[in-house]
Write a protein that binds this ligand. Structure first.
Ligand SMILES: Cc1cc2nc3c(=O)[nH]c(=O)nc-3n(C[C@H](O)[C@H](O)[C@H](O)COP(=O)(O)OP(=O)(O)OC[C@H]3O[C@@H](n4cnc5c(N)ncnc54)[C@H](O)[C@@H]3O)c2cc1C
Length: 244
C-alpha cells in the first residue's frame, strides 16, 4: 500500500498546513496543567479552534456543505487531522459527536428539532457523548440491558452505561436502549438523543491513574425521553450506522 500523498493530496496538505499555521489558537498562556485534555481552559481553547475551523469550512471536512462541511473526502479529513496533530492541536471534545453520532442523526432524523442540534455541534458550542457501552456490553452491543419502556408519547429509560468519554461535560448524548426483550437481541435495540441535563441522568466520573477524568459511568433512572427524540426506527439501533 502506498502511503505517499498524491500530487493533489500534497497540495491540499500544503494549503491546510499554511492555514493552520496562520490561524492556530495561542495556547502560550495555558499552564501545563491547563493544557491537559478535559481541563476547562483547554476545552475553552478547543471550542474557539472548532469555531475558527467551522468558519473556514474545516469544521467537518467530509460532511455536506449544507451541514457546515466542505463536501471533502475522508483522505482530506485525515490530512487535516495529521496536520493538526503536527501543530500540537489535538482536541478530542467534538470527535465523538461529529464523527460517530451526528452522521447517524443526520441519516435517520429529518425533523426540525433534531436538525437544530447540528450547527451548534459543528461550531463546537455543544459537546456530545456516546452512551452505548454497559458493564455487561462492550464490543458486543447485543448485550445492552438498559431498558426503554414506552408510555404514551414518551419512553422511560432505566439502566447503566460505562466508559462514556466526555459525559461529564457533554450537553447531549446518544443512547442505545433495549425496547423489545422478546426479539433476537440485536433487533430489540433503539437509539435516542438526550439532553444530559434530563432528570434521572447521573454522571459519575471514573478517576484514571493519570489523574485525568475522561471516562464516566452514567446511571439512568426513570429518564423520560419523548418519542420525538428517537433516532431512527424502533428496533433499528443494531444496524451499522449506529455502531462503531
Ligand atoms: C478510551 C476509551 C474510550 C471509550 N469511550 C466510550 C464512549 O464514549 N462511549 C461508549 O459507549 N463506550 C466507550 N468505550 C468503551 C468501548 O467501546 C468498549 O470498551 C469496547 O466496545 C470494548 O468493550 P469491552 O472493553 O467490554 O470488551 P469486550 O466487549 O468484553 O471484548 C473483549 C474481547 O472479546 C471479544 N468479543 C466481545 N464480544 C464478542 C463476541 N460476541 N464474539 C466474539 N468475540 C467477542 C472482543 O473482540 C475483544 O477482543 C471506550 C473505551 C475506551 C478504552
Amino acid at each position: 500500500m502506498n502511503f505517499e500523498d498524491s500530487p493533489e493530496e500534497a497540495a491540499y496538505r500544503a494549503q491546510v498546513r499554511g492555514w493552520i499555521a496562520a490561524n492556530a489558537p495561542d495556547m502560550s498562556h495555558l499552564s501545563p496543567e491547563e493544557r491537559r485534555n478535559w481541563h476547562d481552559r483547554h476545552k475553552e481553547v478547543a471550542g474557539i479552534w472548532q469555531a475558527t475551523k467551522a468558519d473556514a469550512g474545516y469544521g467537518c471536512i467530509s460532511w455536506p456543505v449544507a451541514w457546515g462541511g466542505a463536501g471533502g473526502t475522508s483522505i482530506q479529513e485525515a490530512i487535516f487531522n495529521q496536520e493538526e496533530a503536527r501543530a500540537g492541536l489535538q482536541f478530542t471534545y467534538f470527535m465523538t459527536g461529529l464523527h460517530m453520532l451526528l452522521p447517524a442523526l443526520l441519516e435517520h432524523n429529518k425533523d426540525p428539532l433534531s436538525l437544530s442540534l447540528i450547527p451548534p455541534a459543528v461550531r463546537g458550542d455543544k459537546i456530545w457523548c456516546q452512551l452505548f457501552s454497559e458493564p455487561s456490553s462492550g464490543s458486543d452491543s447485543a448485550g445492552i440491558r438498559s431498558a426503554a419502556v414506552k408510555e404514551g408519547e414518551e419512553w422511560i429509560v432505566n439502566g447503566q452505561k460505562v466508559w462514556n468519554s466526555g459525559a461529564q461535560i457533554a450537553d447531549y448524548g446518544m443512547l442505545i436502549a433495549r425496547t423489545d426483550p422478546d426479539v433476537p437481541k440485536h433487533k430489540g435495540l433503539t437509539a435516542f438523543w438526550i439532553d444530559m441535563k434530563t432528570p434521572g441522568v447521573e454522571v459519575r466520573p471514573i478517576k484514571m491513574m493519570s489523574g485525568d477524568n475522561e471516562l464516566n459511568e452514567v446511571f439512568l433512572t426513570d429518564v423520560r425521553i419523548p418519542d420525538s427524540q428517537r433516532v431512527g426506527e424502533v428496533g433499528g439501533a443494531g444496524k451499522s450506522s449506529f455502531l462503531p
